[in-house]
Design a protein around this ligand. Structure first.
Ligand code: ATP
Length: 496
């Protein structure tokens, strides 16, 4: 608007000057150059995040996403704040502004964001963190401003009262400030994102929700994770066997399948595959069938396609049967010890890899304690030791898979010693000899290892059962684990 008024005044002056007989050629040239430059800036996408902005009238719904039931229900819970906007406003609750989807590539984060747009009847605009990084100072910040503006305009045009902005690879733009060499430009861009998010108000005509996706939440600037910004995190893990089956069903819905096709078998043989890998697999199988001139896809085509996808996408080597069993025993050990000493604490136990971990036990969301008692610290050490003790009991020896657990156990034991909770009593960190500390740590860990061994020996049949189920199903929910543990074994039934 201001630009237009200034331009009008300039043109009026030029005409006036021309009428007075003054040479206006340089002024006309300058105005022309100014107009051309601003046209390029505005329309040729200098400030826009280029090609990757997509705006499909989002037709993906949660039913089109397989193997992410937990992520979907957590996401829906957060989105209900957007859906029930009026109720939320009545209660004086601040609007939810940002949700972070955390997980490896190709697990369906973009799909989840699109489905979120459909679920909340919002306009959808998507971009990637890399689109904001330019060598020209200030451009990234301008692009962020533009993005929010575009989202608001789009929603108005589509007659909607909310818009979802999806930023993939948000870690590129949201890295801790000062971490980059050309940090000034990065920092300005991130600052602008924070400013825009802080500017989101409940009473606005268009409600904006930003959904970010990353595999590295640890790289993000803490300011981004503060309440009122990306304060909700939803984990989007690799799918387990059941999840893979669901995804395979989704991606073969529109394909002619031969009678011999057994998707369960394919799901079993695709350990470590993401949703994107599975989509690719179905596509490759169809291509192989077409090349052969077949009018339907056979099991053989799927099997051949698995090898092709593994080679082409460099998927991590699938662990051998023995390795998988060892991982299952290890995780079952953590889970059973966890459940026995803190009943109701296990949310899920799985052998599906996440990051560098070959499997993991997720504890139920528990607030971090400010102070720990000695008993709580000891319980944490016991859970950490559960994996290795289970390996010893069922497989007769330890493995390198326990290295992290030992590190964790030693760290906690150190805490016990230096906070004066060990048998050494209160100690001075500066004066006590390393040897003494090391002996005490060894004693603490050894004593607790004995207790863990006792717990697992008493539950050895359950340990075998849980490990077998884990090997077969890859994931066991906390409820199922509790059900198995509370079921009476044959011996117990006889003696009861
Ligand atoms: P990136 O982090 O690499 O952007 P992403 O997690 O956003 O990946 P998507 O772009 O959502 O992954 O997935 C890519 C494609 O893989 C989808 O278009 C879809 O075909 C398939 N896909 C991925 N996950 C799933 C899933 N859970 N269910 C069904 N299809 C999936």
């Amino acid at each position: 608007m201001v630009k237009e008024i200034l331009l009008g005044i300039a043109i009026a002056f030029t005409i006036f000057a021309a009428l007075l007989g003054i040479n206006v050629a340089p002024v006309v040239f300058l105005i022309g150059a100014f107009l051309l430059l601003s046209y390029i800036m505005e329309n040729k996408g200098f400030y826009k995040t280029g090609k990757s902005i997509i705006n499909p009238s989002s037709e993906v719904s949660f039913e089109d996403i397989g193997g992410q039931n937990t992520a979907i229900s957590e996401l829906k819970e957060a989105l209900d704040f957007v859906v029930n906007r009026e109720k939320i406003a009545q209660m004086g609750i601040r609007p939810i502004k940002g949700i972070l989807l955390v997980g490896p590539p190709g697990t369906g984060k973009t799909l989840l964001a699109k489905a979120a747009a459909k679920y909340t009847n919002s306009s959808f605009i998507a971009t990637s963190g890399s689109e904001f990084i330019e060598m020209y100072a200030g451009v990234g910040a301008q692009r962020v401003r533009h993005l929010f503006e575009r989202a608001r305009n789009l929603a108005k045009k589509e007659g909607k009262n909310s818009a979802i902005i999806f930023i993939d690879e948000i870690d590129i733009l949201g890295t801790k400030r000062g971490a980059h060499e050309s940090h000034h430009e990065y920092d300005q861009t991130l600052n602008q994102l924070l400013v825009e998010m802080d500017g989101i108000k409940e009473e606005e005509e268009v409600n904006i929700l930003v959904i970010g996706a990353t595999n590295r939440p640890d790289l993000l600037d803490p300011a981004l994770l503060r309440p009122g910004r990306f304060d909700r995190q939803v984990l989007v893990d690799l799918p387990d066997k059941n999840g893979r089956l669901q995804i395979l069903k989704i991606h073969t819905k529109n394909k002619p399948l031969g009678e011999d096709v057994n998707l369960e078998e394919i799901a079993e043989s695709t350990f470590g595959f993401s949703g994107a890998h599975l989509e690719n697999l179905c596509n490759e199988a169809a291509i192989l069938a077409l090349r052969e001139g077949s009018s339907f896809i056979s099991q053989r085509h799927f099997k051949e396609a698995i090898d092709k996808v593994i080679l082409g996408e460099r998927i991590d080597r699938k662990p051998s049967e023995e390795e998988i069993y060892r991982i299952a025993v290890h995780e079952a050990g953590h889970a059973i010890v966890g459940e026995k000493i803190n009943p109701g604490s296990v949310a899920v136990v799985t052998i599906v890899p996440r990051g560098r971990a070959l499997g993991f036990v997720r504890q139920k969301e528990k607030d971090d304690l400010l102070i720990y008692t000695k008993e709580e610290l000891e319980k944490n050490i016991m859970v950490a030791l559960g994996g290795t003790v289970a390996e010893v009991l069922l497989l007769g020896g330890r493995s390198t898979g326990s290295a992290n657990d030992f590190e964790q156990a030693v760290d906690i034991a150190k805490k016990i010693v230096f906070t004066g909770l060990s048998n050494l009593g209160v100690v001075s960190k500066e004066d006590i000899s390393k040897e003494k500390v090391s002996d005490e740590i060894n004693r603490i860990v050894k004593d607790l290892e004995e207790e863990v061994t006792k717990i697992l020996k008493e539950n050895i049949e359950k340990l075998k059962e849980v490990a077998e189920i884990l090997k077969r199903e890859e994931t066991i929910s906390g409820d199922k684990l509790r059900e198995i543990l509370s079921r009476k074994g044959v011996l117990e039934e006889v003696s009861a």
